[in-house]
Ligand binder design. Structure first.
Ligand code: HEC
Length: 268
């Protein structure tokens, strides 16, 4: 009975933890649990923590086209990072339920514009990494596989003539040029595209281009996850620091020109 109630409450997302934070101190005192760190958790919060922190999260294969459509439309609400996360997790909320129902999808709107508008990593890459790390498991779960798939997606993003996906009902119906960013960064990716297209940041073309890039990344992420689910995934991902001796992107010369510095312990 109690678990049924929980499930119904969960449908909206993060309602369970929030509601329980608001429960009166008297009610909580009845069933408080002591955490390892000595903090107190209500039974429901402890259960939510156990559900969301057991890796990997269950995955069922998704349709890449359907996912890309969702991501495209969600860009107009949650932008790139939120769009990728929402396109995949909203489907898994329906097909799997928990832990996806406990995940605060909308919070990831902050990935917009390369994290709060700073033009760092393109949010669609961040969103894809959130998804792969939750589904395959983060490093704390003892494997770097989620990170390697995330790394592979960033390399693909850098090398691919984007966007690759055309929506069924585009919000902008004119021609959208494609560009290769050679970088996973929002600033570089959007900048190179704006130069090629000669369109401003606020133009409907640029907005639709980013919505389509988001859809393209969501599509590719689901392709890789489906292969992984079938046991056929062989990663092309690498951890750059393993061979450069510094956390980095591979395109050294685009920032350093011909004089690329080497860190003290570089193995190269
Ligand atoms: C997005 C731009 C960008 C890319 C790509 C990039 N770097 Fe850098 N890197 C910088 C900037 C900016 C600094 C700081 C330079 C300074 O302080 O003078 C820096 C600093 C460094 C430093 C610290 C030492 C120094 O002399 O500044 C090393 C080593 C370095 N980069 C190596 C690399 C290597 C190797 C690659 C490619 C595998 C790379 N970087 C790719 C922008 C970049």
């Amino acid at each position: 009975m109690e678990s049924r109630e929980r499930k119904d409450e969960c449908q909206g997302g993060v309602n369970v933890p929030r509601r329980n934070l608001l429960v009166g101190a008297g009610a909580l005192a009845a069933g408080m649990l002591l955490t390892k760190a000595g903090g107190l958790l209500s039974p429901d919060l402890a259960q939510a923590k156990a559900i969301t922190e057991s890796w990997p999260w269950p995955y069922v294969k998704l349709d890449p086209d359907e996912t890309a459509e969702l991501a495209y439309n969600e860009w107009y609400r949650l932008y790139c990072g939120g769009g990728v996360v929402s396109s995949i997790f909203s489907q898994l909320r329906e097909k799997v339920g928990e832990p996806y129902t406990l995940f605060p999808i909308e919070a990831f709107i902050f990935l917009e514009g390369g994290v709060s508008g700073w033009g760092t990593i393109c949010g669609s890459n961040s969103g894809a990494n959130i998804v792969t790390n939750l589904i395959i498991g983060p490093r704390t779960a003892g494997s770097v596989d989620g990170m390697l798939m995330g790394s592979e997606i960033m390399q693909w993003y850098s090398d691919t003539d984007l966007p690759t996906y055309s929506p069924k009902n585009p919000k902008f119906s004119g021609q959208i040029p494609t560009t290769v960013s050679n970088s996973p960064l929002c600033h570089v990716s959007v900048g190179r595209w704006m130069k090629a297209a000669d369109k401003s940041l606020g133009s409907p073309e640029r907005r639709d281009r980013c919505a389509r890039v988001t859809a393209s990344v969501a599509y590719h992420t689901v392709e890789l996850l489906n292969a992984w689910k079938d046991g056929k995934y062989q990663t092309k991902g690498t951890i750059p620091a393993d061979f450069y001796g510094i956390q980095t992107m591979h395109n050294c010369t685009s920032c350093h020109g011909s004089d690329v510095p080497m860190p003290p312990t570089a193995k190269r």
